[in-house]
Design a protein around this ligand. Structure first.
Ligand code: DX5
Ligand code: ZN
Length: 216
């Protein structure tokens, strides 16, 4: 299991938090970008986001919590992220959005909110590299894990096996040393924000998540 660290909620500035994450064995920096439309929160402007992340060393796992994800893709591609993930609820141009990300040689993810029927994502699973299951309502860090997310992970894992597909399964929201135990067998990537960034020892928290993953 890989760990993707979200810096949305932190004790420090974005800059310092990102520097701290870069010093750990995290696998990705999870970048939550919100437009104040798809969710009420707004936390980015494209040029300052590019400036903030330009010198990153860890791979970027970008989570677009925005309407019209297409309009941001070419600019974000300049950061050479590993993944760009957009919400299935955010656009009618799903295939066009997938193609635009691919054209930039970036892996494609689709995210789904807790209330959206999981069947909506099924037609696209053969076209993408990552599914990001939201286990909280998108918008804020530090919310409580929604237990019904576990069943969604199982559905995705079974579908992947029976159709010989290769997308990774990621979970985002409310992950900590307890909730990781509920999801660890069915995910490839755990996104964790406040559990790591509200502590003053990021590496220890990452080790906790990774070692709990190894207990059978
Ligand atoms: C929520 C974001 C998450 C969030 C996770 O909209 O997508 O990535 O930062 O934070 P925690 O781990 O605190 O729930
Ligand atoms: Zn996120």
């Amino acid at each position: 299991m890989e760990i993707s660290v979200s810096y949305l909620k932190s004790l420090y500035s974005k800059e310092k938090t990102i520097m701290n994450i870069e010093k750990t064995t995290a696998d990705y920096i999870h970048v939550d970008l919100m437009d104040g439309g798809f969710v009420p929160e707004k936390n980015f402007e494209i040029n300052s986001t590019i400036k903030l992340l330009k010198k990153h060393e860890l791979p970027l796992d970008i989570h677009l919590i925005v309407f019209d994800p297409l309009i941001y893709i070419n600019d974000l591609a300049t950061l050479e992220p590993e993944y760009i993930t957009f919400h299935i609820e955010a656009t009618k141009d799903i295939v066009k959005t997938i193609e635009s990300i691919r054209r930039n040689n970036i892996k494609v993810g689709i995210s789904i909110k807790p209330e959206t029927n999981i069947m909506e994502i099924m037609p696209y699973l053969s076209l993408i590299d990552l599914v990001l299951i939201m286990s909280v309502e998108p918008g804020k860090g530090g919310q409580e894990f929604i237990p019904s997310s576990v069943n969604r992970l199982l559905i995705l894992k079974k579908f992947r096996e029976s159709n010989n597909l290769h997308y990774k399964i990621s979970i985002d929201g409310g992950i900590n040393n307890k909730t990781i135990l509920k999801v660890k067998d069915n995910i490839d990537i755990a996104v964790a924000g406040s559990y790591i960034c509200l502590s003053n020892n990021y590496q220890e928290r990452i080790n906790n998540l990774k070692s709990l993953n190894n207990i059978d």
